[in-house]
Design a protein. Structure first.
Length: 495
């Protein structure tokens, strides 16, 4: 069991559920950010409305005091007028009567000699605002405006100098002639807080409903989007080795599902081609093995049936020749199986292709006296790879050229930038252009090489190309007016 499975067991495996949860989580973050912004914006605007409501009341109170009139207690917002040197309020109303400020003032009075504070909202506004702690009352009722604990409220105030008023006005207000009057108006934020709380509750309910709807929409949207994938899965599961021709339906929408269906069909086609190639390979291998086995068995049965009339040296020679064919075919099949499995090379070293080709050329010159083999090289040709596999590759090319050459085989090795190019050119009948790629297929022999005794196993060029690809190179047949010319291109090893 994987160590992460106990920790991830709670996480749903369904793509639909995962997508719905991920979408809902992202939506929750977004909605929380929007709710936070709305909460503060609604509270700010509601507070601004409360300030705009209190401002005219402040100006009205200032006008009444400038005219020497004591404001009435009836007011839509709490207010209090205090003065220097006076222990009780000059006037109050709008809820300040809960404190009974007639015996003492609730809000602080300006000190003697204090100059009126400049308005912090600009010279044209004529008032100052700042937060002020308003105490509560121990005997306050639940419905009282400030309650038992009180709180910090935003207040607006404006100062009036008594020496700027007439004597009758100062006497009517009951303050000293050198006093400073301060008019307070309390900005009530209860409404703003109530509106904000209501909006918060509405946003919470709407957010929860929205999350459920978003998750459900994401779930069903993914479910609908995955229907073609499910159809592809069902159809792909029906593909078997006995019937690999089944293909999935490619939607005409042109989106990612179309690309997926096309890729699956391409993969199935490759698997079908590989299976067909494997079947042909097995049939060809069986056919190649049957021919020498039949010859060997017939020769031995005849020799055993007529021992006194059998030329035993000839029979033994035939059996040995067919056994060698079987051995060569078995070795080629084993090598092809190893190349198809892409097993790593046993040894890897730097090989001088020029020295290896010269040695193989000398060996062929001794065994094929009727042919002329020449090797033209421009110097050392270092390549990286397995020495035995390089020898097998070159030997197969030389064996193929030897079977088809009339008189001469020319081998050329050249250094081209970062590549080593080796060509094997014979003066034989050549290869038709339409068969330039077919000759590299397994068990393929052209018409002039149909002889089982002299035509090889039909695997030499296929093995040579596979070995070239194994070493990151290429093996091709280049056009020539006379004979066949095979070109081997390999990456040059750093010296």
């Amino acid at each position: 069991m994987n160590a992460t499975e106990p920790r991830l067991r709670w996480w749903p495996r369904s793509v639909r559920v995962r997508t719905a949860l991920a979408t809902a989580s992202a939506a929750a973050v977004i909605l929380a950010g929007i709710g936070w912004w709305l909460h503060h914006d609604v509270y700010r605007q509601s507070t601004q409305i409360a300030e705009n409501r209190a401002r005219p009341q402040l100006f009205a109170l200032v006008d009444q005091l400038n005219e020497g009139m004591v404001p009435v207690r009836t007011s839509s917002v709490p207010y209090e007028v205090v003065a220097t040197g006076r222990s009780s309020a000059v006037a109050f109303g709008g809820g300040m009567e809960e404190f009974d400020p007639g015996t003492r003032h609730v809000l602080p009075a300006p000190t003697k000699g204090e100059m009126p504070a400049p308005p912090d909202d600009g010279p044209d506004w004529g008032y100052t605002t700042y937060p002020l702690r308003i105490p509560g009352r121990h005997d306050a009722e639940p419905w009282d405006l400030f309650g038992k604990d009180g709180g910090t409220y935003l207040v607006m105030y404006n100062d009036i100098r008594a020496d700027e008023l007439s004597g009758d006005q100062v006497a009517a207000l009951g303050v000293a002639s050198d006093a400073t009057l301060r008019v307070y108006v309390v900005v009530l934020t209860h409404t703003a807080e109530a509106i904000t709380e209501t909006i918060d509750r509405l946003l919470l309910r709407a957010g929860l409903v929205s999350l459920l709807l978003i998750a459900a929409a994401a779930y069903f949207a993914v479910r609908i989007a995955l229907r073609p994938v499910e159809a592809i899965r069902v159809l792909t599961a029906s593909v078997t080795a006995s019937d690999p021709r089944e293909r999935v339906t490619v939607p005409a929408t042109g989106h990612e599902i179309t690309a997926l269906a096309t890729t699956i069909n391409t993969t199935l086609q490759r698997l079908d081609n590989a299976a067909a190639q494997q079947r042909r390979f097995v049939a060809d291998a069986a056919h190649e093995l049957r021919s020498p086995l039949t010859t060997l068995l017939a020769s031995l049965e005849i020799a055993l049936a007529y021992p006194e009339r059998t030329d035993w040296p000839a029979a033994t020679t035939t059996a040995a020749r067919q056994t060698r064919r079987l051995q060569a075919l078995a070795e080629d099949l084993l090598l092809l199986a190893r190349l198809d499995s892409r097993a790593p090379a046993a040894d890897s070293a730097t090989v001088d292709l020029t020295a290896l080709t010269s040695r193989l050329t000398e060996q062929h010159s001794l065994s094929e006296e009727q042919l002329t083999l020449t090797c033209d090289s421009t110097g050392p040709a270092p390549v990286h790879g397995n020495p035995d596999e390089y020898e097998r590759l070159l030997r197969n090319l030389l064996d193929n050229a030897t079977r088809h050459a009339a008189h001469r085989i020319q081998i050329t090795i050249r250094n081209q930038d970062t590549a080593i190019v080796l060509t094997v050119h014979d003066d034989g009948p050549g290869v038709p252009a339409e068969d330039a790629e077919r000759i590299f297929e397994r068990f393929v022999r052209l018409d002039d090489a149909r002889s089982r005794d002299h035509g090889g196993t039909g695997l030499g060029l296929a093995i040579a190309r596979d070995l070239a690809h194994r070493h990151h190179g290429t093996l091709t047949l280049t056009p020539r007016t006379l004979g066949a010319c095979f070109q081997l291109r390999l990456p040059r090893a750093p010296t």
